[in-house]
Write a protein that binds this ligand. Structure first.
Ligand SMILES: [Fe+2]
Length: 261
């Protein structure tokens, strides 16, 4: 190989390296028959590339580690929030089991409403956490289920969606979950609470959640109410279509429950 040929080849390889192609070609210019100074330059570049590759490998490992740490933080935070939900369940016997059932129903219903797996999973989490704001209730609210609730106590109840949303808002990886929690007592006719949102102002995830929540509440024994049958609960959901619930959500829910039998 003469000097001109070697230099041309070197420039060609450098061009490719500049484009990110770290092939082995530079090594062919470090052979004995390649004239100086092309050989010396090629050897130096070869060494440089080895160092760059080692650094890239190190960086990739660091990014992997960061990704794993990030996942761990998410898991731990969720565990903390779930622990709060469980702490709430120990104060309120009725909450026990309710959240898990609502979460399951809401997730399945979300899938039927065309939400993808990731979106449906967020609806499930919202089901798990929807009443977390009740953590701020006074004990009276948990003890006196049988009595008429009014005045300050009623005010406390209507605050739980906002308090729940505020607790969850800091966990940005939960995405729309805090908004679902915020909206789970809204009605499409605008007569719900706390913001009196209407129709499409209420996200689909929250519409799904409120149907699952209402159904489970109606079909469970509570101190002030004997559990309704499946059919009775469905008729009540039907009755409130267009007021509390979207017709398509109640339709999908009815179909889903019918297929379970
Ligand atoms: Fe609630």
């Amino acid at each position: 190989m003469d000097q001109k040929e070697a230099l041309d080849k070197l420039l060609e390889v450098i061009d490719r390296i500049a484009e990110g192609d770290y092939g082995e070609e530079i090594m062919s210019l470090t052979r004995e028959d390649v004239p100086e100074p092309v050989r010396t330059v090629a050897e130096a570049m070869g060494l440089m590339m080895v160092r760059v590759e080692a650094r890239e490998f190190h960086l990739e490992n660091l990014v992997d580690e960061l990704r794993q740490l990030n996942e761990q933080i998410k898991t731990n935070t969720l565990a903390t929030v779930s622990a709060m939900a469980e702490a709430l369940a120990t104060r309120d016997a009725y909450t026990q089991g309710h959240t898990a059932r609502v979460a399951r129903l809401a997730r399945e219903l979300a899938g039927r409403m065309g939400m993808d797996d990731e979106e449906a999973e967020l609806v499930r989490l919202a089901g798990e956490l929807h009443d977390i704001g009740k953590i701020g209730f006074s004990d009276t609210l948990f003890d006196d289920h049988g009595q008429k609730i009014e005045g300050d106590l009623l005010k406390q109840i209507t605050k739980h969606p906002a308090l729940g949303a505020r607790i969850l808002a800091h966990l940005d990886f939960l995405g729309p979950v805090s908004e679902y929690v915020y909206c789970h007592h809204e009605r499409i006719d605008g007569k719900g609470y706390p913001r009196r949102l209407q129709g499409e102002q209420i996200p689909l995830g929250a519409q799904v959640l409120s149907v699952a929540d209402a159904y489970d509440a109606m079909t469970t024994d509570r101190p002030y109410q004997k559990a309704l049958t499946h059919q009775e609960a469905i008729s009540i959901l039907r009755k409130f279509v267009g007021q509390r619930y979207l017709p398509e959500v109640v339709d999908a829910f009815e179909k889903m429950m019918a297929e379970k039998d």
